[in-house]
Design a binder for this molecule. Structure first.
Ligand code: CP
Ligand code: NVA
Length: 305
């Protein structure tokens, strides 16, 4: 049966942890100079309707690094831009490639492609989820701080796609997650309720960033206006002001707590230059790990079993 990665709900706890341990092993093997060819003869189509630096390049380098090939299609270059039905696009693409990596706006685009595709569809960010990013972020957390089940993870800022995927991960894997979001910018209520139902550790939504970081081993921060929300940028700047991750907020967190930012960052908005460039922030290791995680995902989903 074809497995898609539409959100982290598509995999059980052992499978999610398996992606992390495999990505860590692949990272070590790359450092040791191992030549990987497990995806030789395979190809994936990258269909991106929003900009990307890290996700695009890390998926492409992951695929080439495993001996495979990629075909990149920006949204405007396909017949989707001229309203070709997604169900037709899905069935046509599946005749040409062994998998599709999709970055788009609505989650329903990924759902529809997956419903009609006979090859795996991988969500590379929608307005609702960013599952591959959260898997690689968990890899970074495990690498830096050890087993995530023993840690307290904080989220400070917008209840956006990243926050929703962190919530699903916390529910499914079982680790403590404390989110601080301004009123009106909460994560998706259904996703939060479902994860809290499933969770073995608390998933808590607060208003106070200070309270969220007080005992946090890991502090996550992301932009205040996501792609597609550019018109709200000015309004959000004032609403989110007290959610900035700066030296003052970090002083309220444990001294060995680390800061994650998936990038791109807006310096002096959601994070100060001082914090982003400090030893506490692991954003660039986090960016590297996307490539190792994407190898683990591609190998599992499109590799020969
Ligand atoms: N973190 C992340 O998804 O970055 P890109 O938008 O550059 O892909
Ligand atoms: N929340 C951000 C993440 C960017 C990688 C966005 O959707 O724009």
């Amino acid at each position: 049966m074809v497995r898609h990665l539409q959100s982290l709900q598509d995999f059980n706890r052992e499978e999610l942890k398996g992606f992390v341990s495999r990505a860590l092993a692949l990272k070590k093997e790359r450092l040791a100079g191992v030549n990987h060819q497990q995806l030789a003869g395979k190809s994936v189509g990258l269909i991106f309707e929003k900009p990307s630096t890290r996700t695009r390049v890390s998926f492409e380098s992951a695929m080439y690094g495993l001996g495979g090939q990629v075909i990149f299609l920006s949204g405007r270059d396909t017949q989707l831009a001229r309203s070709e039905p997604l169900k037709d696009m899905a069935r046509v693409m599946a005749r040409y490639v062994d998998g599709m990596v999709v970055r788009t706006f609505g989650q329903e685009v990924v759902t529809e492609l997956a419903a009609y595709s006979s090859v795996p569809v991988i969500n590379a960010l929608t307005d609702l989820h960013h599952p591959c990013q959260i898997l690689s972020d968990i890899m970074t957390v495990v690498e830096k701080k050890g087993p995530i089940e023993e840690l307290k993870i904080a989220w400070v800022g917008d209840g956006n796609n990243m926050a929703n995927s962190w919530i699903q991960a916390a529910g499914r894997i079982g680790f403590e997650l404390i989110l601080a979001c301004p009123e009106g910018y909460d994560p998706d209520a259904e996703i939060l309720a479902a994860a809290q139902q499933e969770a073995t550790k608390p998933i808590t939504l607060l208003r106070s960033p200070e309270e969220a970081v007080a005992q946090a081993d890991v502090i996550n921060v992301d932009v205040w206006a996501s792609m597609g929300q550019e018109e709200e940028q000015e309004e959000r700047l004032s609403i989110f002001q007290s959610y900035q991750v700066n030296a003052e907020l970090l002083a309220k967190a444990p001294a060995d707590g680390i800061v994650l930012h998936c990038l791109p960052a807006h310096r002096e908005e959601e994070i100060t230059e001082e914090v982003l460039e400090s030893d506490r922030c692991v954003a660039f290791d986090q960016a590297e790990n996307k490539m190792h995680m994407h190898k683990a995902i591609l190998e599992q989903l499109i590799g020969d079993k």
